[in-house]
Design a protein around this ligand. Sequence first.
Ligand SMILES: Cc1cc2nc3c(=O)[nH]c(=O)nc-3n(C[C@H](O)[C@H](O)[C@H](O)COP(=O)(O)O)c2cc1C
Length: 184
Amino acid sequence: MANVLVICGSLRKASFNAIVAKSLPALAPAGMNLITSPPIGDIPLYNADVQEKGFPASVTALGDAIRKADGVIIVTPEYNYSIPGVLKNAIDWVSRLPDQPFAHKPVALQSASQGPLGGARAQYHLRQTLVFLEAHVFNRPEIFVATAQNKVNDKGELTDNVTRDFIKQQLEGFAKFIVRVSGK
Ligand SMILES: Cc1cc2nc3c(=O)[nH]c(=O)nc-3n(C[C@H](O)[C@H](O)[C@H](O)COP(=O)(O)O)c2cc1C
């Protein structure tokens, strides 16, 4: 059984990325268990002076959850062609933890946006950040949910079958990748 932590980069209640994240358990292969990450919206803005006094509990909770997981999936919007501040802030905090949680961790990326590129630019910036953290980022298939507003229903479900199929393929590939990377 692979336990995979899902981190959503949007705090919005009706978030399209949260809808994508919520769709994952139904699309995952047998043996992949998806776990929602501790909330990243509770993490204060990074400040080394705060860190010196001790890591906030919200940061250690996220770090512990990442370390414990066999893999991580980050589902995020793109803000101004890049990573939303709230997600970057969470990553910056956990990157300062001892036994850096992302080191050698298999990570898959997904993004949803209301624009035509589906958050591709944010994903590539995220890949760059994860290089420094020594994460093992899964290559492809990549998941860019473009014009996400047309791919969900009013119950907050991802309904677009092409997107659902791509996600299935990514999760199947990611399950094998976790085994390859971690030998589990
Ligand atoms: C501050 C801000 C910047 C944005 N910049 C982009 C952008 O660069 N590219 C893009 O495709 N969408 C951009 N959007 C639109 C988002 O795709 C849209 O708000 C999306 O619904 C956000 O994801 P969510 O539904 O998961 O919250 C931006 C939205 C906000 C609030």
